[in-house]
Design a protein around this ligand. Structure first.
Ligand code: NAD
Ligand code: DAU
Length: 339
């Protein structure tokens, strides 16, 4: 029996991980702490909400009093920190929350892990901390060169994790992952935005020339990687998580048009994202050699599965693409579309 704290468990990847762990480890107990920002959604967890092995608290990870009381009461074995502000465009418009949640929130958790002798903490971080590379791939020792307030705040959190391991021997492991995709992804990100726009018979807004490259990992493959890192990874180490499936945004868009039976007139090129990273690429040799991880989903399989999920779960995303979302979308795209 292990008790795991998952922060940000009502978000995209956190909710996928909770479902994965309950399935894989019938004897585990999961506590989910989530502030329920615009990105947190309890509908992501409807199917497991009544599972006696699962509990939810609505709280902010920067609330040190709440976090201290919780750790004191629950005596966690493991902590998985998924909670973060995650959308690059929002970080450019309004960076404050990124600094608080991504840096101070991680600090608050590290303090509690230190004080209450938690066995292991995994910090879910991103390839964006390395900045952009035009050739080759980032390894675990590539220098940090973040280019957006989002990636800078994630880099800050990673530095703190490293420092807490070196200075206090806090048993933290850091992961740097490429772009996730799969079910329950909030429709502001590239893939779910484009899929849902096409399902609504709307155009898709490509930033700049569309030749920006991202590396993609399907949700299930990422859950398996975190499972291995949590149980078999070495504390104080960093693991890159990547598949090698690198694609230009424009090529991915053309695949989506094919899958959804639309022609190229649905593509709209718009003004670029400021500071837009040209290319991400991850070298995950360490994860493969040390922990034996390999992806199970090809990019095409994952993309098709993702498209089908959004086709079959229209009420889930239609509810999200209304109200506050509309205001965000208008603010985000108005200036870019009109220039
Ligand atoms: P998401 O935006 O879908 O969900 C984030 C969750 O964190 C939400 O449920 C939100 O309510 C919660 N949250 C935000 N601030 C909080 C706070 N102060 N206290 C408690 N909860 C709070 O995120 P995601 O895309 O699933 O990403 C999860 C993690 O993985 C993040 O740390 C992100 O940086 C990292 N990551 C994401 C990707 C990707 O492609 N999405 C890739 C690499 C790493
Ligand atoms: O690389 C990992 C990161 O991937 C995570 O750490 C972030 O949390 C996550 O948001 C994601 O960041 P990106 O900036 O890569 O993802 P996004 O979905 O915002 O954009 C993917 C690419 O698509 C990027 O080159 C910008 C482009 N894009 C995005 C949107 C929303 C468009 O062309 N049009 C759009 O409308």
């Amino acid at each position: 029996m292990k008790k795991i704290l998952i922060t940000g468990g009502a978000g995209f990847m956190g909710s996928n991980m909770i479902r994965y762990l309950l399935r894989q480890y019938p004897e585990y107990c999961i506590v989910n702490v989530d502030k329920l920002t615009y990105a947190g959604n309890l509908n992501n967890l409807k199917d497991i909400a009544d599972d006696p092995r699962y509990r939810f608290y609505q709280a902010d990870i920067i609330d040190s009093k709440f976090i201290d009381d919780l750790f004191h009461r629950e005596q966690f074995d493991y902590v998985l920190n998924y909670a973060a502000e995650t959308h690059v465009d929002r970080s450019i418009m309004d960076p404050d929350a990124f600094l608080y949640t991504d840096i101070i929130g991680t600090f608050t958790l590290l303090e509690a892990v230190k004080k209450y002798g938690v066995e292991r903490m995994v910090q879910i971080s991103t390839d964006e901390v390395f900045g952009s590379t035009l050739d080759g791939a980032f390894t675990e020792v590539s220098p940090f060169q973040p280019n957006s307030p989002y990636s800078a705040s994630k880099a800050g959190a990673d530095h703190l994790c490293r420092a807490y391991f070196v200075t206090y021997q806090v048993p933290v492991i850091m992961t740097h992952s490429c772009n996730f995709y799969g079910p329950y992804q909030y429709p502001e990100k590239f893939l779910p935005l484009f899929i849902t726009n096409l399902l609504e018979d709307k155009k898709v807004p490509i930033y700049g020339d569309g030749k920006y490259v991202r590396e993609w990992i399907y949700t299930e493959d990422h859950c398996r990687a975190i499972d291995l890192v949590l149980h078999q990874g070495r504390v104080g180490e960093v693991y890159n998580i990547g598949t090698g499936y690198r694609q230009e945004n424009l090529s991915v868009t053309k695949l989506l048009l094919e899958l959804l039976d639309k022609d190229q007139s649905y593509i709209e090129f718009i003004k670029d994202r400021p500071g837009h990273d040209r290319r991400y690429a991850i070298d995950a040799t360490k994860l493969r050699n040390e922990l034996g991880w390999v992806p199970m989903f090809s990019f095409e399989q994952g993309l098709e599965a993702k498209v089908r999920w959004y086709q079959q779960n229209t009420s889930w995303w239609k509810e999200l693409k209304s109200g506050a979302y509309e205001a965000y979308y208008r603010q985000q795209y108005h200036e870019r579309l009109s220039s």
